[in-house]
Design a protein around this ligand. Structure first.
Ligand SMILES: NC(=O)c1ccc[n+]([C@@H]2O[C@H](COP(=O)([O-])OP(=O)(O)OC[C@H]3O[C@@H](n4cnc5c(N)ncnc54)[C@H](O)[C@@H]3O)[C@@H](O)[C@H]2O)c1
Ligand SMILES: O=C(O)C[C@H](O)C(=O)O
Length: 341
């Protein structure tokens, strides 16, 4: 029995993600929560002929002083909670520009999870991920329920993009789903660091210099490519739903006891103190969060992998990621520890 919950289920990501979870054979119960339209999305999905039960929940009316029973019902008994709630970018915005609105949304949802489903695996999609994951952690710490093994920033879309773009370079799209390229760091611009030298399918030696630089740049700024193409109508939704569902499916398989599953994710490095310490040495900075391939077990993160052997050019990229990453982490932590009055 696996209960999956989507918070922000009526949105551009939330709807297709909920669809993909509805067809995940391991999910037995699916709860959808949003401030609008979640019951409608749930009824729609409930007609799909897969076994899982789907229910949709709303908060009480805006000015009401009632407790949020809808959110509480959605979260009760949750095994996996995926959070795509919040506003997306428009052209010209950075992910950090979303902090103002999304930090509060994520804080309030995290508070509800901490009080209703503290043991759930929490998968954070809402941007800026580099800050929203620390926000969830700090809320959980305040409630004395923080388990770093169960908190994940979803950076899968960067890895999906890397596979797709490398397949394009190799001139064989049929390879895209079998290509794996570790992408480490964080989920924003220069904090996204693809380790192309570790691609399962190496690039030809003739592919060097500015060709590598533009491929790295395309992976780092793939999100901007979509924001620009959507021209004011939001950011990646369908590719993100695909990536989020892939990630959730792996977490669910691990919960059900499957071994040997490794996923890239932005995690708190105390989730595996030994691996976290080794990774800190690899990157040369005392960061508390970093995205790296992590091995999953039934209780969450079992091992955090290090960077492995990287090229001098990749070392430059890692170094370039560190300042922004540290600032984004601090911003998330201070939002909970020392909120502005
Ligand atoms: N991690 C990633 O790789 C990645 C990729 C794409 C998008 N994102 C981020 O995901 C978020 C959602 O993007 P989208 O395109 O689905 O946006 P959207 O506006 O289409 O959907 C967001 C949904 O969140 C809901 N919502 C707002 N406040 C809420 C609250 N307090 N509780 C529950 N639901 C609430 C809205 O009603 C809406 O349905 C954005 O922050 C975006 O930047 C992250
Ligand atoms: O680019 C965005 O704002 C959305 C998302 O983080 C992405 O990488 O597509």
């Amino acid at each position: 029995m696996v209960k999956a919950v989507v918070l922000g289920a009526a949105g551009g990501i939330g709807q297709p993600l909920s669809l993909l979870l509805k067809i995940n054979p391991h999910v037995t119960e699916l709860a959808l929560y949003d401030i609008v339209n979640a019951p409608g999305v749930a009824v729609d999905l409930s007609h799909i002929a897969t076994p899982s039960k789907v229910e949709g929940f709303l908060p009480p009316p805006k000015d009401s002083k009632e407790p949020n029973v809808g959110l509480e019902k959605a979260l009760t008994g949750a095994d996996v909670v995926v959070i795509p709630a919040g506003v997306p970018r428009k052209p010209g915005m950075t992910r950090d520009d979303l902090f103002k609105i999304n930090a509060g949304i994520v804080r309030d949802l995290a508070t509800a999870i901490a009080t209703t489903a503290p043991k759930a695996f929490v998968l954070v999609i809402s941007n800026p991920v580099n800050s929203t994951v620390p926000i969830v952690a700090e809320v959980f710490k305040k409630h004395n329920v923080f388990d770093p093994k169960r908190l994940f920033g979803v950076t899968t879309l960067d890895v999906v993009r890397a596979s797709t773009f490398v397949a394009e370079v190799l001139g064989d799209r049929s390879l895209s789903s079998s290509i794996t390229v570790p992408v480490v760091g964080g989920h924003s611009g220069v904090t996204i660091v693809p380790l192309l030298s570790q691609s399962s399918h190496p690039l030809p030696s003739s592919f060097d210099g500015s060709a590598v630089d533009s491929l790295v740049n395309r992976i780092q700024f793939g999100g901007d490519e979509v924001v620009k193409a959507k021209d004011g109508a939001g950011s990646a939704t369908l590719s993100m739903a695909y990536a989020g569902a892939e990630f959730a499916a792996k977490v669910i398989r691990a919960i059900k006891g499957e071994r040997g599953i490794t996923v890239p994710s932005y995690v708190n490095l105390t989730a595996h103190p030994e691996g976290g310490e080794a990774l800190r040495k690899d990157i040369g900075k005392e960061l508390d969060y970093f995205s790296s391939p992590v091995e999953l077990g039934p209780n969450g993160v079992e091992k955090i992998n290090g960077l492995g052997t990287i090229t001098p050019a990749e070392r430059v990229l890692v170094n370039a990621a560190l300042t922004e990453l540290a600032a984004s982490i601090d911003k998330g932590v201070s939002f909970i520890q020392a909120p502005k009055l």
